[in-house]
Design a protein around this ligand. Structure first.
Ligand code: HEC
Length: 126
């Protein structure tokens, strides 16, 4: 009896996963999942030391030019594609490196989704 119950929940679980996958694909036609939660993890591990916890720049960092203020309208008004390319390719002659070597495209989209939450007045901000 117990075995049947376990088997049943297993089957339901698999079915649920299947549905979840289909639903997600439908919502993101480009096939890109943008997950600001895993993006936040990437941001904390790789970007925060220059861009700071709020995107306005890490305190005490001395770079020329200074890291961009990711919360500023100047950055937030750029298109996703522009910012993606900036993170992917880096910016020549600045400390902003090309993250394509360290992060997959999906990870860059995720971190970009998190960068969007840093925008002033962003609806994603608590
Ligand atoms: C070593 C320091 C450093 C690290 C680490 C870093 N950045 Fe930067 N970032 C910079 C600097 C410097 C600039 C260029 C500022 C300028 O253009 O004047 C910049 C620019 C940018 C821009 C372009 C803003 C614009 O003007 O459009 C984006 C977007 C960005 N960074 C995102 C990120 C993300 C996301 C990460 C983590 C994956 C990251 N950066 C990691 C230093 C850094």
């Amino acid at each position: 009896m117990r075995r049947v119950v376990i088997l049943c929940s297993f089957v339901v679980g698999i079915a649920g996963l299947g549905f979840g996958g289909v639903g997600l694909k439908d919502l993101t036609p480009a096939g890109k999942e943008r997950d600001p939660v895993s993006g936040r993890e990437i941001y904390v591990n790789t970007c925060i030391r220059c861009h700071g916890i709020d995107g306005k720049g890490a305190r005490g960092i001395k770079l020329v030019p200074q890291p961009a203020d990711l919360s500023s309208p100047a950055v937030q008004n750029r298109l996703d594609g522009t910012l993606f390319k900036r993170i992917h390719e880096g910016k020549p002659n600045t400390a902003m490196g090309a993250w394509k070597h360290a992060l997959s495209d999906d990870e860059i989209w995720d971190v970009l989704a998190y960068v969007r939450t840093l925008g002033v007045g962003s609806s994603a901000q608590p």
